[in-house]
Design a binder for this molecule. Structure first.
Ligand code: URP
Ligand code: ZN
Ligand code: ZN
Length: 461
């Protein structure tokens, strides 16, 4: 089956040109001007549209059991939302329980996706405890197609590792060419703050943010970078929220240390005033690290335009307001942490970033597709429009406008944190490995057709 996407504006990290994209079955055959249509089964007129490489979201938590509840999107509803948002690949976190082997977590996550996936997916492995057997098992990760791990400096007594444990994990990661993603917040001090605030009767959502100020993120970011470089490991700081943390990243690079980093749409768009909404609505905006100040939003946009941050991911971890977020009605530390973003990431970055002149179109492609593919071992199969790559492509009309609303969103959530936000640009068609899965408002993806991706080593330079 051959499909020819004609006369669109094809965007890659290197060039923007009017060209045609010829797809055969799952692959891109060529990207060239004026390709003949002979023998082609379907022609799509993309005049006036951007033709972009399918988005890659490297930070999601679908079907994640957080103890009291489970994140609201599974590998079907999350994938439908992602597809409408132009994302055709994501990487989720296989997260073992303490005492569980890494192999068993990997198999559990394969099971979560099996029969449901529509877009393609891979896994990072969360390392939530350290002993000889876990360190030995880490040696096998690349055999399962996993070339990145995540360690947590926060969530005391649940996921948090000590500095010594992180160093030992990073030493193995360095030897095996595994990228270490770090949740950088000082969990010990946060734990003390949470207990003190609750003891003083300060239970509302806004106190969540006060318990984990930017200083504690910046401190942990600094520590993570220095420990990683001491271990010789490649480090990737997830969900950077604050100017202060970004400054640690920039300063470390100036010293010759290696570090990569991401931020997420909510840290670019929302601020801590949302946590003070009446009637407990602030709970809708609880995530860790928390939302910061408008000045931090601005600093992160600058970080994108100056390429101090390499990726915009989502940390998609949605919980319904009714029945999930309200578990923390009486204590902010019981509110499940996380916001959605799979459907909104690309539209928001295009509208607020490209259309408002904060980032270039080429940077937009790098942040949403090419850098994620390179850094997480999927390049050049994913993240680029060129011969031999998977035909993951979306068409975006830069002049169309719409408004984000829970009423028209596709995830399994009873609110949208961006409700009412006017968006410039509309995704019209999405192809995943050559198959049209979104056509306007119609979803055409087949449940179970997404595949697990064995990733290669990260490209970190
Ligand atoms: O609030 C968040 N970010 N929830 C998901 C878990 C994590 O730390 O990424
Ligand atoms: Zn995290
Ligand atoms: Zn996360």
């Amino acid at each position: 089956m051959q499909t020819l996407i004609k006369n669109g504006t094809v965007v890659t990290e290197e060039k923007i040109l009017t060209a045609d994209v010829l797809i055969e079955d799952e692959k891109i055959i060529t990207v060239e001007k004026n390709l003949p249509a002979t023998g082609v089964d379907e022609i799509i007129d993309a005049e006036g549209l951007y033709v972009l490489p399918g988005g890659i979201d490297v930070h999601t938590h679908l079907d994640l059991d957080v103890g009291a509840t489970v994140s609201a999107d599974d590998f079907y509803t999350g994938h439908v939302a992602a597809a409408f948002g132009g994302t055709t690949t994501h990487i989720d976190f296989a997260t073992p329980a303490k005492g569980e082997t890494l192999k068993s977590a990997y198999e559990e996550w394969l099971g979560k996706a099996d029969g449901k996936a529509v877009i393609d997916y891979g896994f990072h492995m969360s390392v939530v405890e350290v002993n000889e057997s876990i360190l030995r098992e880490m040696e096998q990760l690349s055999g399962w197609g996993i070339t990145s791990i995540k360690v947590y400096m926060a969530y005391k007594n649940i996921l948090q590792l000590t500095d010594e444990e992180i160093f030992r994990v990073m030493q193995v990661a360095a030897r095996k060419n595994i990228l270490t993603a770090v949740h950088a917040e000082n969990g010990d001090v946060i734990d003390f703050n949470v207990k003190s605030l609750l003891r003083d009767g300060k239970t509302e959502p806004k106190y969540h943010a006060l318990s984990r100020p930017p200083l504690l993120e910046a401190e942990a970011t600094h520590r993570a970078i220095y420990i990683a470089n001491a271990a010789g490991a490649n480090v990737y700081i997830v969900h950077v929220t604050a100017e202060m943390s970004l400054a640690q990243i920039v300063e470390s690079r100036k010293r010759g240390l290696k570090v990569l980093a991401e931020t997420c749409p909510h840290y670019l768009m929302l601020d801590d005033s949302y946590l003070e909404l009446p009637d407990f609505e602030g709970a809708k905006y609880i995530c860790s690290p928390p939302l910061r100040k408008k000045s931090d939003n601005e600093a992160l946009w600058k970080g994108l335009s100056e390429e101090d941050l390499q990726i915009v991911s989502t940390d998609h971890c949605p919980f319904n307001f009714k029945g999930q977020k309200d578990l923390g009605k009486d204590a902010f530390n019981k509110i499940p942490n996380g916001l959605p973003g799979l459907e909104e990431r690309i539209p928001i970055l295009f509208s607020e970033g490209v259309a408002k002149g904060k980032i270039s179109l080429a940077q937009f492609v790098k942040l949403t597709a090419t850098n994620p593919a390179k850094i997480f071992g999927l390049y050049p199969r994913k993240g680029v429009l060129k011969t031999g790559a998977d035909a993951d492509v979306y068409l975006l009309n830069p002049n169309a406008e719409r408004t984000i609303s829970v009423k028209t969103s596709h995830g399994n959530l009873d609110y949208n944190p961006y409700e009412g936000l006017k968006i410039k640009g509309k995704i019209e068609k999405v192809f995943r490995r050559g198959k049209l899965i979104v056509d306007g408002e119609r979803f055409l993806g087949e449940k179970g057709s997404g595949i697990y991706l064995h990733r290669s080593s990260p490209i970190v330079n």
